[in-house]
Ligand binder design. Sequence first.
Ligand SMILES: Cc1ncc(C[n+]2csc(CCOP(=O)(O)OP(=O)(O)O)c2C)c(N)n1
Ligand SMILES: [Mg+2]
Length: 667
Amino acid sequence: MARLNGFTKQQLLDVYRIMLSARVLDKKILIMLKQNKGFFHMGCSGHEAAQAAAALTINGGRDWSYPYYRDGAYTLALGMTPRDHLLAFLGKAADPNSGGRQMPMHYGNKSLRIVSQSSATGTQYLQSVGCAMTRKLEKNKEVVYVSSGEGTTSQGDFHEALNWACIEKAPVIFHIQDNEYAISTHKSEQTAGSVYSLASGYENLSRYEVDGTNFFETNLAFKQAVERARRGKGPSIIISNVVRLLPHSSSDDQRKYRTPEDLEKDLQRDPILLFKNNCVNENIFTDNDIVKIEKQVNKKIDEDAIWAEDQDHPDVDTALNYVYSEENTGTETKLVNKSENIVMVDAINHALHEEMAKNEKMIIYGEDIADPKGGVFTATKGLSSAFGKERVFNSPLAESSIVGTAVGMAVAGYKPVIEIQFADYIWTAMMQIRNEVSVMRYRSNNDWICPLIIRVPVGGYIHGALCHSQSIDGYFMHMPGIYIAYPSNAKDAKGLLKMACRMNDPVIFMEHKGLYRQPYASTEEPNEDYLLPFGKANYVAQGEDLTIICWGAMVQKSIDAIQELGLGEDSVEVIDLRTLNPIDYETIEHSLSKTGKILVVYEDNLTNGPGSEICSVITDKYFDLLDGPVRRIASKDSPIPYNWFLEEKVLIQVEDIASAINDLLEY
Ligand SMILES: Cc1ncc(C[n+]2csc(CCOP(=O)(O)OP(=O)(O)O)c2C)c(N)n1
Ligand SMILES: [Mg+2]
C-alpha cells in the first residue's frame, strides 16, 4: 500500500480532512459573523499543518492539552467536532468548552483532557507544568501539550514555566506557533533574536525549530519530543514557523499594517495547499480523492451550522451557577481540646500535618518552606521531613509560578496548599488568581475545578515597612469564586485551615504575622477532628450598646480599646468575622438588632477597604435596625513606613478604636 513518510494513504486523507475542516470552519464562521449570528472569531488558517502534526502525537483523554485560541485544527484533530466549534461560536448551552460562558475558541473538554483555557495569554504555561509535575509523580507516562503564539513568549509566565519544567524534567511539550505577528506587532519588535535562541539557556530542554507549514517535518519533531517526555527525559520546545492567513481576529484588519506583498507571500506558504500538492505529486492522492473530501467537508459543515443554530441558548436562570461548588462551606464539629496551649503558627503547622496524613493528594510548596528551615515563619516546619520532598518542597522564587503550577495540579485532582511568603509579593500571581483560580469552575461550566489553598502571611505592626506589612483583604473580597479565611487565634486557624483542606473551592487563607506567636492569640489546641465552617462569626464579647465588627489583629485591639475606656462587661459587642468570604451577615443582623449601632474596624487602608463594603451592605439591608451612623475605622491611605513612630501613625491603633467607640456611644 502507498505510504508517504510512514503514513498510509488513509491516514493522510484523514489529516487532509481535518485540516480542511478547520479551514472551512473559519470561512463558514466568518460568513455567519457577517450575518450577525455570532460576535467573535479567531481563525487558525495557516496554522493547520503544525497543529494537526502536533495532535497526532497526543492521546486525547489520556494526555493533557493546554491549547490556545488559535488551536482550532489541533482540537479537531484531537477529537472535538465542527459541531463543538459552532456551538461555541454561537454561545449555545451545549458548547462543550464552557456552555456559552466564555468567548469562542477558549477550549476546554473534560473527556479529551483539554483543560479549560482563559483569554489571558501565557497563563497556560505554568499550569501545564503543574499538571505535568503530577503526571511525573504518578509515573504514568502521560504528557502535557501547551501552546501559544510567538508574541506570548514575551510574558514572564512563559519563562518561569520553562525554568520550572526544566528543573523538574517535567513531561511538557511547549509548542510556539510563530506567525510573526502578535495582533499588529511584528516579532522584530517583540523578541530579542528568536524564540529558539531565547530558550537556549535552559538545561534539560530539547529545542526544535521547524517549518510549521510542513506537516511531515513538524510531526517528526513532535514524535521525538513526545517520546522523550514519555521516557522521563524532560520537556521540549517546538517552534513551528507558520503563516497567519487571516487577520488576528474578526475585529482586526491586517491590511492596515501589512503590505499586499507580505500577505501574498504568506499565501504561497498555505499549509493545506502544500500538503495537498505534496500528496498529489507523490501519487498518494488522486484528483478524485480531493474533490470528494472537499465536497464532503463543505456539506458537513453547512449541515452542522444549521444544526448548531437550532440548539438552545443557556437558560438565563443558570447565569450564577458554579461560581462556587454547590456544596456548603461545612458544619462545625464538636470542639475537643487537647490539653496544651498552642500559638497560632503551630496550630497552622499541626493542621497541615494532620491533613497531609489524611489526604495523599495534598501537596505543599512555596519559597523556603521545606526543612531544615520549614518556612520563614516555621509554619511548615517538619512537613518535608515527615512526608517527603515529593509532596513538600521549595519552589523557585516566583509567585506566579507557585500559583500557576498549583492550578495545573488542582485540575488534575490534587490539593495544593501553597504558601506565598509575604502578602506584599502576591501581586505577580494576581493574573493567575484573578483570571484562572477564581474562575476555573465558572468558566468551564463546572467541568474543571481548582480547589487549591493559598496560605499568605499578611498585616503589619511588625516594623516590616512598605513591603512586609500590607493588608490585602480588600482586593480579594472583590473577587467572586475564592473563599477567604482570616483567623484571629490558634483554635480558629486550625479549624478553618483543616476545613479549607476539605473544601472543593479555592481558598485564600490570610495569616496575620503579628499573631503567629502572640500569647493572646494562643489557645488550647483543638484535637484533630475539629473543623470550623466558613461564614460563621464568633461573639468575642457580648454587649447592648454598640457592635464592633472586626477580624484578624483587630479583634484584640478592639478588646483593648474597650478595656482602655473602662466600659462595663455588657456594653460593647465584639464580633470576629473569621472569614471574609462568606461573611456572616446573619450574626451581624442579630447583633445589630440588639445594639442599633455599628463600628467596622479593619487594618487595611480606609478607602475602598474591606469595611467599606460591609458598611454599605449594613446600610442597604439593615437600615431599619440602625440607631446611629454606620462607622468604619481603618489604617490611613498611605504606604506603611519602617520607622516605628511613623508606622504607628499610619496603622490603626487602640486609641483610634477607643475614640470611635466613644463617639458612637455618645451619638
Ligand atoms: C495578558 C494578555 N495581554 C493581552 C491580550 C490581548 N491579546 C490577545 S492575543 C494577543 C496577541 C498574541 O499574539 P501571539 O502570541 O503571537 O499569538 P497569535 O495570535 O499570533 O497566534 C494579544 C495582545 C491578552 N489576551 N492577554
Ligand atoms: Mg503570533
